[in-house]
Design a protein around this ligand. Structure first.
Ligand SMILES: [Zn+2]
Length: 429
């Protein structure tokens, strides 16, 4: 496995340009892209005819184990959803549930073309175990909340450091650990200050929810006399290593802060629409050159982890919100889901584009389907017509995770039945 070579021949490669060519993977890297490759020997040869080859999609905001809560509480406002449904069940979670839910999420993500993600939850060593077994790439963080309680705060520090110590840079470098303060309204300033200091010291990134709802903005304004991004800037929290999820309710000056401090954003349109949180000013931020990426959020507020669907909805939502069909073009939203995601996670040297020297994180999408015919501009088809189920083959870090729709790394049936059992057990508690 270590030094395996994979030849993908005669395929349409979506790299810096779009061309028909062949690509060679040796060990964990893309080593050659050349049309003359097709006659060489390789351990595995994949016929790419009729397929397009793209970088593995990057989902920059997830709570993987919430797959167990898929469809559990739909059609409620965010506060009811959280306080009456999600938080009470999460209080009963054990490591075994988190593991079963994370494995289910990995199967779902691989089958819909995602190779890298950014996850915040609890029992994160269980998530790391699932990521290790799945062959995927992930940045994981323990979600920290203290609501101003010092005891709780200390416990959160301890758990975050334990996960960093145990999991950071494991699984051949596929797993990285970030610090995960949940949000400015659930974390005290003391907690956020500690996170900033530790992130600098340990050189790990930060993953946080900011300005998801209008109510949150009001709350922060009442408590700190400033809007969320202004407050975070004032305490010196914002730097280029911060990835903020949602970022729905933003003032002009907050957009300038995000741009100046090079904060990375994860746009989560489906979750924001389902919980009626609002519409992020993504088109405006794109014009200003903010680093934008795309995330599904957890499966309890989406209700799937399909990044192809997320791309389409991101584009449609911005068009209708701006009453302008020219914003968030197919190529722009595709970039958010690939290169933008890799940059947001600080792994752009490894993944996010198809280039010689990069890690082999590759997805083949089969375009021979009625809803993808006739074959025209492949990026347009990927964003507006394709579904996760059109994904044919997935490679991550040079390992084939799925080949011609057959999962090679995990026993799909077993993972699904374990998740079914685990969800039942959780809700019966
Ligand atoms: Zn979230």
């Amino acid at each position: 496995m270590e030094n395996q070579s994979i030849l993908i021949k005669n395929t349409t490669i979506i790299g810096s340009d779009i061309k028909k060519s062949s690509l060679l993977v040796e060990s964990d890297k893309i080593t050659v892209i050349d049309d003359n490759l097709k006659n060489i020997d390789a351990d595995v040869v994949i016929n790419g005819e009729g397929k397009v080859l793209i970088p593995g999609l990057v989902n920059t905001h997830t709570h993987l184990s919430m797959t167990l809560l898929r469809g559990y509480a739909d059609d409620y406002p965010l506060d009811t959803w959280l306080n009456d449904y999600i938080f009470p069940v999460e209080g009963k979670l054990e490591g075994e549930h988190v593991y079963a839910g994370a494995l289910l999420a990995c199967v779902e993500m691989i089958k819909s073309g995602t190779t890298a993600f950014n996850d915040m939850y609890f029992f994160m060593d269980q998530v790391a175990k699932a990521v290790e077994e799945s062959g995927m790439r992930g940045v994981i963080s323990h979600g920290m909340l203290d609501f101003g309680d010092e005891e709780k705060r200390k416990a959160e520090f301890k758990e975050s450091l334990r996960i960093i110590e145990k999991c950071h840079n494991t699984a051949d470098g596929r797993i990285k650990v970030a610090l995960g303060p949940h949000a400015p309204y659930t974390c005290s300033t003391d907690l956020l200050n500690w996170v900033r200091k530790k992130a600098d010291e340990l050189k790990v990134p930060i993953h946080i929810h900011v300005s998801e709802t209008e109510f949150e903005v009001q709350q922060i304004q009442e408590t700190y006399g400033a809007r969320p991004f202004e407050y975070l800037d004032k305490i010196g929290f914002l730097k280029e290593d911060v990835l903020a999820a949602h970022a729905v309710w933003l003032s002009e000056s907050e957009i300038d802060i995000i741009k100046d401090k090079e904060v990375k954003l994860s746009h989560n349109p489906v979750s924001n629409m389902k919980l009626a949180s609002g519409t992020s000013p993504v088109a405006k931020m794109m014009e200003k050159g903010v680093n934008l990426s795309l995330g599904t959020d957890g499966a309890a507020s989406n209700n799937n982890l399909d990044m192809l669907e997320e791309m389409k909805i991101a584009a449609l939502q911005q068009k209708v919100a701006n009453l302008d069909p020219t914003v968030l073009k197919a190529g722009e939203v595709f970039k958010m889901a690939t290169r933008g995601g890799a940059t947001a996670l600080g792994i752009e040297q490894e993944t996010g584009t198809i280039d010689v020297g990069k890690k082999a994180d590759i997805v083949l999408v089969d375009m021979r389907a009625p809803h993808l015919t006739p074959f025209r501009h492949p990026v347009s088809h990927l964003v507006y017509s394709a579904k996760g189920a059109d994904v044919d083959t997935v490679i991550c870090n040079g390992q084939i995770l799925m080949q011609e729709k057959e999962l090679l790394v995990l026993d799909e049936k077993e993972v699904l039945s374990q998740a079914e059992e685990s969800a039942k057990d959780l809700l019966a508690r």
